[in-house]
Each structure stands twice: as structure tokens, then as C-alpha cells.
Write a protein that binds this ligand. Sequence first.
Ligand SMILES: Cc1cc2nc3c(=O)[nH]c(=O)nc-3n(C[C@H](O)[C@H](O)[C@H](O)COP(=O)(O)O)c2cc1C
Length: 480
Amino acid sequence: MPSDASQPAPRARLFARLNPGVTLERSAAGGVSALFDGRAVAFGTFGADVAERAADFETGVAFDGERDGEISELVRRLALYGLVEYRLARTPSGPDLIVVEPQMRDYAPRMIELDEDCALALSRFAYIRRRGADVVLESPRACALFRLCDPSVTAMIAHLSQARTVKELRDSSDFPGVELLALLLDSQILFTPGPGADKALRAAEGDDELVLWDFHDLLFHTRSTNGRHANPSGGIYAHAHLAALPPAIRPSWPGPAIDLKTLETAPPSDFAALLRRRRSTRAFDERRPITLAEVAWLLDGAARIISRERAPDDGQDEPESETAPRPYPSGGASYELELYLAVDRCDGLARGFYHYDAKQHALVLIETNAQWLTAMLEDAQFAMGAPAVPQVLVTMAARFSRVSWKYSGFAYALVLKHVGVLMQTLYLMAAEMEIGACAIGVGDIDLFAKMTGLAFHVEGSVGQIAIGRGVQSDSPPLAD
Ligand SMILES: Cc1cc2nc3c(=O)[nH]c(=O)nc-3n(C[C@H](O)[C@H](O)[C@H](O)COP(=O)(O)O)c2cc1C
């Protein structure tokens, strides 16, 4: 039947549906379980309404956020396990405009009310790419990814390289609907340039701290850590079936070799011996925790502020700046790294979360949720494949703008290099003190943000190292 062009298209709605491979089961008593990856997880007891609509979860159950009562509660619980996605469509069985894939556990789509004169523009952090046979719209700022299923959506996004009002967009012949705009605004894929905002490509987007971020740096930060994406990550050998591992030792170049062994005359120095002695320790002695005095010694040696210096404005391209050097080198003397200690067991220091004030050489308690503290310690235990959580987990957090205020293009890469430098400094101090240490490859930036209340792009977790008294160590605690 030909469509009636004079009739407005029906309002698009969200439908929550189970991810492929997930099914729901309901017991006679109303208990709902999800079956996936060969296991069953119980999600609690729900009323008759949920029972009646359980089958709809395969294709999509209408989802209107908070107003949905039990349905939205079940969706929320399923979402915590990453088991649902949301399709935006005009009818329950009609074609999808987009499919929303949550990237963060506590994300639920919301449609922000928009009036016709509201101007919208595409965030400079948003991008479209091919993923398999799909075209996806993403942003490091967004808590969700959008699979684009209708060409009208892609066309509208291209239109939004310049600010346009809802009314202007609605006038275009293939306008996909205000509901889509509302979803994308909620996800910070779109933003509302304020009145009088200039046409600069680098508008603050409602957050002044974003001005100092390059696109690729913010993307790298969110995709190379845990917490803000749902992509597979970690040591999963994804390509082991495609290619052999290159040899551990590089084959020699064919040119003439100058033998350095003949030059080994002096015995190795104490420092060179320390370098050789350093090893990673993953199992810590539960009966003999590290002491507060040892933590103080470690921090003093590796991370304490040594001096305070001021570089004057040179009248050319270097504005005045202040630096606070520490025992390790830092590009541009940025010294953007701060240390936070998640303490499980430390003799003389209560279990808790602390900031190391590198100027005062003091630990400052940060009140935080006990479950988050446990989650952070358990993540580190998992990363090390260790029998127990570390006694102390040190998180390095970067005050990013200390670096990006000066450097463009490689600011985030510089931060990660600094993490490596500080990591080795902590490793070597620990080796000298004969306490155990183990670097942790990846941390959860969202968990750190929750624990500190600091936005992930303002002062964010970039590295971690576990420390404690190793089980093999015979050294007496410093305080003895
Ligand atoms: C940046 C970095 C990340 C690491 N991440 C982990 C990790 O997540 N889990 C772990 O058990 N070890 C981790 N390690 C430790 C390495 O596995 C270890 O350094 C390596 O196996 C060499 O052993 P060694 O440190 O005892 O000499 C990491 C080391 C570095 C430098």
C-alpha cells in the first residue's frame, strides 16, 4: 500500500531485546533467569506482566525508561550483565532505525525533551566506521554505540557537522525523527552549542576540560582501558590462529658484529645488580603485611616532590609555567601523575582508599564505597592471576591538562610513557626494599572515576602497580 505523505510518520520507540545467544527462562514461582555462555543467572522474581512479555524479549519489549516499572527493572538487571541492546523503530516489528549497544553497565537510553528551536551539532569526538557488516556511530564520550540501520540516519548525522535546529532538520525529506536526536544528545554524540557560541570546530561542548583533548587521544584513553567500552580485550589470543608468534629473540642482522663481551672488565655496579634482581611478585604474604613505614619509604624514594620551579615566560612561544619535579623524568617537566592507594592490608594503615599528597608527603583518606574498593582490588587480583588481592594497589592517575596544555598530537602517548617511567621507578624502589611489586596492564577508568568523583577525562586512571610483602621474601618489616 503506498504511504500517505501527508500523515506524519509514527513516533519512533525503543524496544529492549536480548543479545544474540541469550534466552530467558521463567519458573512457576515467577523467578526469571537468563541463559548465556552455557550458564544460568537468576535475576529475581517478577510479576505476571513480565511473565506475559518474556517472549517479547527476543524481538524487543517496548522500553520507556523509568515509567516501565518491573520491565525496566528486569532490563536494568540484564544490562548490568551486558545482555541487552535497544532498537529504535516505529513499530514493534518494523525495520530498525538504529540499534543501541550499551558500552557501560549502568547505561540506559534516555530521550531528552527537545523543543523545535533547539540547535544541535555533532560532537567532534563522534565518528562513523564499519564494524564487520555494520556501520556504527561511536564516541569516547558516549556510554553506548549506535548501529546505523537506515541511510536517513547517516544522512542526518552528516548534516549536523554544522549546528541546526530541530525544526530545520525536520524540514528535510528523510528526517528520521526527533527521538533519534534525543537519544544522540543524551549520549553526547550531539551537543547543544550555547547561544552566542562561535563556529569554532573546537567548542567546549558543554565541558571546558574537553577543549584540551585531541580526538585520537580521548579515543585511545577510553578504548585501551576498561570501563567505557564493551569490546573484547585482554590476553585472548584473538589472532593466534592467523599468525605465528614472532620469535622471542630477533634474528641477527647480516652485517659485521662488534663483540661487546670482550669489553666487560669492571664488575657490575650495585645499581646494575638491582636491575637484574627486580622481578614481578604476584603472591603476597597474608601473615606479614607491608608496613606504613615501608609505604612511606617507597613513596618518598619514587614519587615525592623534590622541589618547585618556575619557568619564566620567554616572551616568545613559551608562556610562564610552574613545575614540581619528582625523582623520575617527565616530558616537559609536566609531572601530571598522581598516586592513589587502594589499601587492603598494611600494618599501621587502615583498609581504605588514599591520595598521596606528594608535596606534603602525606596520605589523605578519600571516603569511597567499600564495594568499589573491593572491586578495584579484585580486578588487580584477576589481572595477576593471583591467589588473593594485593596488600596495596597503587593507581597512577593523570591530570591530563598538565600535558595537553602544552603538547598537541602526542599528549596521551606522553602520559603513557610517563607511566612506564614511574612504573619502573616504583619497581626498582620495591626491589631495593625487598618488597614485592607487579605492574597491572589495564585498569577500569570508570571505577576510578566513581571512587574519586573525578571525570575520566579530567584526572583519570592510566596505570596500576600492586605492592606488598611477597610470600618468598624473608626480609623483616622495616618497623621491626
Ligand atoms: C606495563 C606492564 C603491564 C603488566 N601487566 C601485568 C598484568 O596485568 N598482570 C601480570 O600478572 N603481570 C603484568 N606485568 C608483569 C609482567 O608480566 C612481567 O614484568 C614480565 O613477565 C617479566 O617478568 P619480571 O617482571 O618478573 O621480570 C606487566 C608488566 C608491565 C611492564
